[in-house]
Design a protein around this ligand. Sequence first.
Ligand code: F6P
Length: 373
Amino acid sequence: MIKHIGILTAGGDSPGLNAAIRGISKAALCVYDMQIIGFRDGFRGLAENRTSRLDSDVLSGILTQGGTILGTSRDKPHNMVFGGIKQDMTDVITENYHANHLDALVCLGGGGTQKNALQLMEKGLNIITLPKTIDNDVALTDTTFGFDTALGIATDAIDRLHSTAHSHHRIIVVEIMGHSAGWLALGSGIAGGADVILLPEIPYEISSVADAIRSRARSGKNFSIVAVAEGALPRDQAALVKAAKQHKVAAETKKERKSAKLKLAALMAANSNHTATLSKQLEELTGLESRVTILGYLQRGGTPSAADRLLATRLGTACATLIAQETFGVMVAARDETAVPVPLVEVAGTKKLVPADHSWVKAARHVGTSFGD
Ligand code: F6P
């Protein structure tokens, strides 16, 4: 019988984490009579055995709170830095799991967390995960909690940018989170009526973006909103990054891997100011004034939307039921109106990117949005 479960939140925070912690814990405590321990700051807290009480007093009132009451970090079990030195902490984590008499560990996180959780599963721990991230890029789930809230925030920002862009006859380039997946830029770009949407999945030509803006100006609309995902790149740069990534994967020796990694890091650094460069190029090519707005961490902060609270509660309570049934080595995925367990081995290491022929992309093209391709 499952008696003791641990919970941790890892990776970037996401609205809905507290609703999920509450959903898992309330069901585990009240329906299945289990004991819950929280671990502070993701896998680091588990490695350092820093625990947190999760009883009904603590769970009360957290449904509507943003962030995570447990704290989070991007630390990986097999690669944690202590005093500047990298250490593999998987054995220590395994010891702490047993020392706390855990029968199961729930890891709430995005793509990186699914990978880290799989490693712990391979060490023999009973692991179950939930998909959270504002990026919506976790594979095999319809969606992730946090995405809907961030979508609302980014859409509201685009709405507000419209009136100022219109008044000043300017281009406004708005940078939206998403390094490798453009769901947030795409969704908010469509909902906010952006004129151009640039995604990591669809490399662009600056001349096509400028053409779209000039064509709007010719029809009397001398302002434009460009919604750009953090990881969107022009075609030439995207090709270089793709080749560098392939070299990294194909590297056979440690030396080759290190050099491929350095090359990729240099390319990323060269493109880190990409939104500002894009804005400047558009000014030069169109003759219109252009301004940049970077939405940044506003997209991750604050109270979760009703849809995210609902999703996190559905997945969290389903997670407690799966634990009671001793179903481990799975992520609790959203599938239509249900929550289904999907094998962690199938989720870890994969990403749900925007397919170029996705219905959202088609819809955007049909209302005249340019993708700069
Ligand atoms: O939460 C996902 C994400 O928001 C990415 O879109 C973003 O690039 C990244 O996290 C940045 O987060 P941090 O600075 O916390 O690593």
